[in-house]
Design a protein around this ligand. Structure first.
Ligand code: 2AM
Length: 567
């Protein structure tokens, strides 16, 4: 298990380093764990080069200590519509507020993570970078903005940062440099050999539809074998899976481009070769359009209309076009372009992994990992669209098949260390997943703490996910209380937050007793509304005004008593 909180990595005996090592503080803001993982690896690498490194989540770092920091590295992702991740919010506010100190002595560099299919790509990293400069800091090395495939740019950034640190430290002294940019292998020494960059092929043991006949939904319950992988996880962690594109979609694409599926292409810098069809099925993203991609197609093809769409002044049109369209739309609307297949695949993004909150406990199900995956299907621009990973699971993946997976640790979502601590879980729909894991774990270790589950979905009869398991946990006392909200069984919609409000007195009592509140599921609507409801409950039951209630919840967040895993 990874420890939470600030972690100081001691410098090794300085036999190769002649000068006094300087300090480097690495602060990360991470929602899903990618930025955190990079921060830890960067810490190990710098430590190996003789630096005294402190790695900490932004939320665990005392802002007053910022003045004492000489070298600051920020590794931060961007969340939602250009917002900081939860554990970056307070530090972000501090730096942008009145109490932000002058930082004229500071050297800094920012690594930002993001997804170029979003409008506010890497926004949080950009803001930190700008702010630190405004406060007087000097850039050690330019900011790197990484797209989903961040490994190579992140390694390059670290290499640049290290070179710059070394230069500043002692131009005259020859510091021995070890493993430049080798941030990837470092972490793999400690854990399993399998990781995001080297996924484990997990065998599918079970693949069921959890919804009853007649439901509007299809929710898959997947059980995978981790046997022989050495992979471990704790409740609250996620599993990354590398899906394959729908072969039917790839065939349509190839038909429109008039390319033979059997011709070969090189898929990476190492020179690995695949058939075009296999490359498009397994190695590239073909279901999302981004502005950088359109730019590359325009440069490659010189297509007039596409060029126009990308011209300044047409931003709104471009945004509308990108929304909900895929590569097949792009080819139909602007192609074909007379390029070679090799040129074409070279501009595509690598297939990104999808993260799912793990739905089982390793203690309760050794060598297994379970997932709860909602099938995504909808119509857009005159065609049925299908979620890449969820529909692979729903329509093609069968017991006995394998799926490339890795574990993504998530310190931001974890059971309290003390098994006596009460927990309140809010998880409608597939948001139920980590709480099944929590219950399995608490049952397994015989935890005594109270627990309260809020679940919601459309219909009781068809959509009560894991119903019998919940009922058994209630009966056995593993679960103390359960409230359910089935939104479409009554004339008036009832949601989880309505159930919370109905019991606001008791809920506030739990909070006062130190309960940890967890929210998992839809971010835009559910998590937002639940947040407002919590504020209302705290206001009413704690006799506070709105500002005080916000402070109360912020305090809970600071104490890791308010944790969210939202998507
Ligand atoms: P609905 O689709 O009937 O509106 C899981 O998807 C459950 O979450 C469904 O019952 C869904 O209700 C409900 N849901 C939708 N919007 C919500 C919101 N803003 N807050 C809480 N639950 C919501």
């Amino acid at each position: 298990l990874e420890s939470t909180g600030a972690q100081t990595v001691e410098a090794p005996t300085p036999n190769v380093v002649k000068s006094v090592p300087k300090d480097v503080t690495i602060l990360y803001g991470s929602q899903t764990g990618n930025a955190q993982g990079l921060a830890k690896k960067a810490g190990e690498s710098l430590e190996g080069n003789g630096y005294q490194v402190t790695v900490s989540a932004m939320s665990d770092f005392k802002p007053n200590n910022l003045k004492k920091v000489n070298n600051l590295l920020i590794i931060v992702s961007t969340h939602g519509e250009g917002e900081p991740p939860d554990n970056a919010i307070s530090f972000h506010e501090f730096l942008h507020g009145r109490r932000a100190p002058k930082l004229e002595e500071l050297h800094f560099s920012v690594l930002s993570l993001g997804d170029s299919s979003y409008e506010f790509f890497c926004e949080t990293g950009k803001q930190f970078d700008k702010k630190l400069e405004e406060l007087g800091g000097t850039r050690l090395y330019p900011r790197f903005d990484c797209d989903l495939d961040f490994d190579e740019p992140a390694a390059e950034w670290l290499e640049g940062v290290l070179a710059s640190l070394n230069e500043i430290q002692a131009g005259s002294e020859n510091q021995e440099v070890d493993g430049l940019g080798s941030i990837l292998p470092a972490s793999q020494k400690v854990e399993s050999v399998y990781s995001r960059t080297n996924p484990f092929k997990a065998e599918v043991l079970e693949n069921l539809n959890l919804n009853g006949r007649g439901s509007n939904k299809e929710t898959r319950h997947l059980e995978l074998s981790l046997e022989g992988s050495g992979l471990t996880f704790k409740p609250g962690d996620s599993l990354g899976i590398y899906p394959e594109n729908d072969p039917a979609l790839v065939e349509m694409l190839l038909e429109h481009l008039s390319w033979s599926p059997d011709q070969t292409v090189t898929i990476n810098k190492q020179g690995d070769i695949r058939s075009l069809k296999e490359a498009l099925v397994s190695y590239y993203e073909i279901t999302v359009l981004t502005k950088p991609l359109l730019q590359k197609v325009a440069d490659l093809s010189n297509q007039e209309d596409l060029r126009k769409l990308l011209e300044p002044g047409n931003e709104e049109q471009l945004k509308t076009y990108l929304n909900g369209r895929d590569l097949l739309d792009l080819v139909r609307d602007f192609g074909p372009w007379g390029n070679t297949a090799q040129e074409f695949v070279s501009i595509l993004r690598k297939m990104p992994a999808r993260l799912y909150s793990i739905a089982s406990s390793l203690a309760a199900n050794p060598d297994e990992v379970h997932l709860t995956i909602g099938a995504v299907r909808y119509d857009a621009h005159g065609r049925e669209r299908k979620g890449v990973a969820s529909i692979l699971c729903a329509e093609r993946l069968q017991a006995g098949d394998t799926l490339p997976v890795y574990v993504q640790h998530n310190d931001n979502f974890a059971l309290p260390e003390n098994p006596d601590t009460p927990i309140i879980m809010v998880g409608p729909g597939t948001g139920v997943a980590p709480f099944r894991s929590f219950m399995q774990e608490r049952e397994e270790i015989g935890a005594e703490g109270k627990s309260w589950m809020f679940f919601g979905d459309q219909h009781f009869v068809t959509d009560f996910l894991y119903q019998t398991e919940w009922q058994q946990w209630l009966k056995d006392g593993v679960l103390t209380k359960m409230d359910v909200a089935f939104s479409r069984d009554t004339d008036q919609k009832v949601y989880v937050q309505h159930r919370m409000l109905e019991q606001s007195k008791e809920l506030f009592t739990w909070l006062e007793e130190g309960a940890v509140v967890y929210i998992c599921g839809d971010e835009k609507h559910m998590a937002h509304d639940v947040h407002q409801t919590l504020l209302k409950i705290i206001e009413t039951e704690g006799s506070m005004d709105h500002e005080q209630a916000k402070e109360y919840l912020a305090q809970m967040q600071q104490q890791k008593r308010y944790q969210r895993d939202v998507y």
